[in-house]
Design a protein around this ligand. Structure first.
Ligand code: PEP
Ligand code: MG
Length: 557
């Protein structure tokens, strides 16, 4: 809290910014959740009470699935997962048991879903992030049972910035983008659904903002996502500055789509990160020059058994068919830690991020890897796209040689590895001698370099790819790539930060891959600098002592 100039009282709140957006406007808060159902008993007819609940479960499930079909894209996957929660057999059995012992339907739903939420929270990471989704489904079922509207996003005739404890997928997916200028949530980390969907829809957002719910409806705020800063009751000068940044962003998004290049003409192909073949057409529309990362595990997160070769080949062929003559980099299944797959990760691990994940898990279940590479070879032969295949979580040149040999033996043309583990970057010269290319996953590379769990809010400040330690590893890889004459791409979130994208190119990155919504901002920023300037910015950032000073040094170099 501070006093800006005697007249204007402003207050700053901090959180984790999502994307590059800026928004200015009055806030509206999400209405409070439904009151907790009383711990009362039903009339005695348990079968009738359960039948009533069953009807609500299927109505809510169908409603969520229908909203998903309407929304499409990432939102559809999220809403379909929520729809399945409403029909989950374990939860339904628990609700039935509680009704059988006399509890009302409303209370039974509340208790069963809350108990399951506790379990998810206890599991931490990705699972804990899903607890919010489950809470939202419970609210919808209870509202249906009571015959009242489900709590949701407030409506207004004029644009506003939405403030909420957290947003459920159903809320985020269906936001009216003409009215909602931005999002501020008290809870949630960089991987919560609010963050994922806000990024995909280019909604300016800041999550994990302590004190957000103390803001009164109507308070004008400046939401500065790149700075992770909410300024309430801002001074006129700050509002004017923010409005000009909003206008500059809008202008950048309408400039004609050209291939990625620096001001001196140096080409920097801009590629898309996708999680499903369905993302292909949208990426092409936003000017993606190919795909830099297809996260294949996203196709199989709900599968109990390994997908067949034919099933996989059909999916890969579909994606490749959107990119004739273009590069498409497909990653072998990256199972484990934040993305567990039932058929690959069964053993309990104390530290799953340091466990049998990525290539390690595939090597331990080699048939699954052989099947995937065989399916990819089939897709390579069936389409005109230039298929590149890479392995996740590779530690050194020995693992690189193993994967490259396997891929080539099965007939794949271009085979490489991801640089996510610091040991791989340290051994960059050997790795680049063995692989056709390297793609740097800055999300994991940052997590392992700074020893900070990427899913854990309490250490989120360490998860900053601007840290010079991360940048020095990128430089080792960039130099080794240049010496070997091979490509070194970036496919982590860092590539979506325009200022950092420039620095990464200065460090030797030859391509940048990102969520398609980020392409316009990065394209515009690259066009402003020459390779010489990018290298000067990179040198300044490398010499800094921490992430914040690296960012400042690059800006003023
Ligand atoms: C990364 O780690 O940077 C990456 C691109 O992979 P994922 O985010 O899927 O782990
Ligand atoms: Mg990764």
């Amino acid at each position: 809290m501070g006093n800006f100039d005697g007249e204007d009282h402003w207050m700053e709140l901090h959180g984790v910014g999502v994307g590059r957006g800026i928004a200015v406007g009055p806030i509206l808060r999400m209405p409070d959740p439904l009151p907790e159902p009383d711990a009362a008993s039903h009339s005695g007819d348990a079968a009738a009470e359960f039948a009533r609940v069953e009807e609500s479960l299927s109505a809510v499930s169908a409603e969520l699935a229908a909203k998903g079909a309407k929304a499409g894209g990432d939102a559809q996957a999220v809403l379909e997962a929520a729809s399945m929660m409403a029909q989950d057999p374990t939860l339904t059995d628990d609700v039935r048991a509680r009704i059988d012992s006399g509890t009302t339907g409303e209370r039974a739903v509340f208790e069963a879903f809350s108990a399951f939420q506790e379990i998810l929270i206890g599991m931490g990471g990705y699972m804990a992030e899903r607890a919010t989704d489950l809470g939202d489904v419970a609210q919808r079922i209870i509202a249906h049972l009571r015959g009242v509207p489900a709590p949701g996003v407030p409506t207004s005739d004029t644009p506003f910035i939405l403030v909420a404890p957290d947003l459920a997928p159903a809320d985020t997916a269906l936001l009216d983008l003409d009215k909602v200028l931005g999002l501020i949530t008290r809870d949630g980390g960089p991987t919560s659904h609010t963050a994922i969907l806000a990024r995909a829809k280019s909604i300016p957002a800041i999550v994990g903002v302590t004190g957000a719910l103390d803001l009164a409806d109507g308070t004008v705020v400046v939401l500065d996502a790149p700075a992770g800063l909410v300024t309430a009751d801002p001074a006129d000068a700050l509002v004017a500055d923010a409005n000009s940044r909003v206008a500059a962003r809008a202008a950048a998004s309408t400039i004609p789509i050209v291939d990625g290049a620096l001001a001196d003409g140096t080409k920097v192909p801009l590629l898309a990160n996708v999680g499903s073949p369905k993302d292909g057409p949208g990426a092409v529309e936003l000017g993606a020059e190919g795909v830099g990362l297809f996260r294949t595990e996203f196709l199989f997160l709900d599968s109990k058994t390994a997908p067949t070769v034919a099933e996989q080949q059909a999916k890969y062929t579909e994606l490749l068919s959107y990119f004739p003559g273009k590069k498409v980099v497909v990653r072998a299944l990256d199972a484990g830690a934040d993305k567990p797959l039932a058929f690959l990760n069964s053993a309990h691990e104390e530290n799953p991020a340091l466990g049998l994940r990525g290539l390690r898990a595939l090597r331990a279940s080699e048939q699954i890897l052989l099947d995937q590479l065989t399916a990819l070879k089939g897709a390579q032969d069936a389409t005109e796209a230039d298929l590149w295949v890479m392995a996740p979580m590779v530690a050194d040149a020995e693992e690189t040689k193993y994967f490259v040999k396997l891929g080539k033996t099965l007939g794949l043309k271009t085979v490489g590895v991801m640089a996510e583990v610091p040991s791989l970057a340290v051994m960059a010269d050997q790795v680049l001698a063995a692989a056709d290319f390297v793609s740097i996953g800055t999300n994991d590379l940052t997590q392992y370099t700074l020893a900070a769990d990427r899913m854990l809010g309490s250490v989120a400040s360490y998860q900053d790819p601007w840290h010079p330690a991360v940048l020095r590893l990128v430089k080792l890889l960039g130099d080794a790539g240049a010496a070997a004459g091979k490509g070194v791409g970036i496919c982590g979130e860092a590539a979506a930060d325009p200022q950092l994208a420039v620095v990464l190119v200065g460090l030797g990155a030859t391509t940048l891959s990102m969520t398609p919504a980020a392409l316009a901002d990065v394209r515009a920023e690259l066009a402003e600098v020459t390779l010489e300037q990018a290298r000067a910015k990179a040198a300044a950032a490398l010499a800094a002592s921490d992430a914040a000073s690296a960012r400042r040094a690059a800006a003023s170099a």
